[in-house]
Design a binder for this molecule. Structure first.
Ligand SMILES: [Zn+2]
Length: 481
């Protein structure tokens, strides 16, 4: 039944294009998915050509680009926050496709900025938007201009098809996600009224596992770690290195860091992580399957615990983590510096209390001369519910494509803008509409030769279209009469 209703069936599509063209126009126009894919590829290629390396960002250019397209399609769009965002040349963009308003809205959010790209390490110009070997190449193809254009084109396809909407669709493009997240912050602080009717929001943070052409699962981000970066400082008295002194801050810092490095944070299983392990257990056999089916119990068992924690990702989603990353003493070998400092990349579980964690860390160090300074205040905690209409819409659209695949909830160890929106009470999900090979994502995201395949762009725009269609609730709107 579902298959018959789905506009994916080429036979039905062909039929509706010929014999029922007139009624199709009245009830909604059928979509030519190949054409839509090719159009999406062209729009993405031009988007990638606009250099929004952050810093400085220059997202006003991309906001104007998106607005031109939305204007052409008759979708209300506004460029916002140009005066508030710094430095000059930045902007957020907001657009809304109106439905009948009987249910709450859905927001599609992406960021327009990209991290720097060093052309010396790329095999193509990172801002060429080049189409080569079945891929569109460019900084941002995966993170996350590709998703942004899929959001845009799925919304445009809905408008063109005349699909009746119970939920408005809101499109938001933010600046500055890659550095300070000021785009989403300013947007939420200044324009909460524009999104007060939004119930669900999707943005970066999905994690579909696709390896060697095979899908292991669709991963929807419901939770993420909270960055709580610390600058650790010890102050001393500068003097000549030829006369060792107890006022040298370097050995004192080193001793503190040694204690931190040896400290093992406690293990803790959050609800989404528990579901994730139970879901993936089905791909294992024997005792490993048993362990993953009840990870909290397995962590009590030394051999299970050692096996689970040997995976750097699993280790990171089961505890608060501390990575010692930066270290600074004197810049001259013969000078005892006035100050020694280090940087700790601390990532907290969503339900951890930052102040309590800091107190624990101070206790571990046990030296009042060692000062902890917040480099970055943690964003609000993020753990969204799983039993929602929208999550089920994702599951349904995923099963249409891969009947045996499951939709699970891996925790994101990095940070997105989702918590900024979550604090308004919006249920936010990390949803990635693509099947990108793990190796491609590892090389490309924040790395070199970032690219996305043409096939993935076509897959993504259709996938998201179906999710948005299923999420309308009630009778599933269909474009095929
Ligand atoms: Zn990024």
């Amino acid at each position: 039944m579902r298959r018959l209703l789905s506009p994916v069936c080429p036979l039905l599509l062909a039929l509706s294009l010929t014999s029922t063209a007139l009624s199709a126009q009245q009830a909604g126009k059928p979509i030519n998915w190949d054409q839509l894919r090719d159009e999406t590829v062209r729009v993405l290629a031009d988007y990638l050509k606009i250099n929004t390396t952050n810093p400085p960002g220059n997202e006003l250019q991309t906001a104007r680009y998106l607005k031109r397209i939305l204007d052409r399609e008759g979708i209300e769009a506004r460029i916002l926050d140009t005066a508030e965002l710094k430095p000059a040349g930045r902007a957020n963009l907001y657009a809304r496709l109106k439905g009948n308003g009987s249910r709450k809205a859905i927001a599609l959010v992406h960021h327009m900025d990209v991290v720097p790209a060093d052309p010396r390490y790329w095999s193509v110009d990172p801002f060429s938007g080049l189409l080569k070997d079945g891929y569109i190449w460019g900084r941002g193809a995966l993170d996350m201009k590709g998703e942004g254009i899929v959001h845009l084109m799925a919304m445009i396809a809905i408008k063109r098809s005349g699909m009746p909407l119970n939920r408005d669709i809101v499109f938001i493009a933010n600046s500055d996600e890659e550095l300070d997240g000021s785009g989403a912050e300013v947007f939420v602080n200044r324009h909460a009224d524009l999104i007060k009717d939004v119930e669900y929001l999707i943005t970066a943070g999905g994690d579909n596992k696709f390896e060697n052409g095979k899908l292991a699962y669709y991963g929807v981000g419901i939770a993420e770690k909270r960055t709580f970066w610390q600058h650790v400082v010890v102050r001393g008295t500068p003097s000549h290195g030829s006369r060792p002194t107890t006022k040298n801050p370097v050995p004192r810092l080193v001793a503190a860091l040694d204690r931190i490095a040896k400290y093992e944070t406690p293990l803790h299983v959050t609800p989404g992580v528990d579901k994730y392990f139970r879901d993936i257990a089905s791909s294992y056999t024997g005792e490993q399957k048993q362990w993953l089916s009840n990870v909290a119990a397995a962590l009590e068992n030394p051999s299970a615990r050692a096996w689970i924690l040997s995976d750097v990702y699993w280790n990171a989603i089961l505890r608060n983590t501390i990575s010692l990353t930066g270290l600074k003493g004197s810049n001259k070998t013969n000078v005892i510096p006035a100050e020694a400092s280090a940087n700790l990349d601390v990532r907290l579980l969503p339900d951890a209390d930052p102040q309590q964690f800091l107190a624990t860390l101070q206790g571990v160090v046990g030296d009042s001369a060692v000062h902890f300074e917040n480099e970055l205040n943690p964003k609000p905690p993020l753990e969204s519910p799983i039993e929602t209409d929208f999550f089920h819409a994702i599951e349904r659209a995923a099963h249409d494509r891969d009947p045996n695949a499951y939709v699970t909830t891996p925790m994101l160890t990095g940070a997105t803008d989702r918590p900024t929106y979550r604090k308004l009470g919006i249920v936010t999900y990390g949803f990635d509409p693509f099947k990108v090979e793990t190796s491609d994502a590892q090389r490309g995201v924040h790395g070199n030769d970032e690219r996305i395949s043409v096939a993935n762009v076509g897959f993504g725009v259709h996938f998201l279209y179906d999710v948005l269609r299923y999420a309308q609730g009630g009778q599933t709107p269909s474009v095929t009469p």
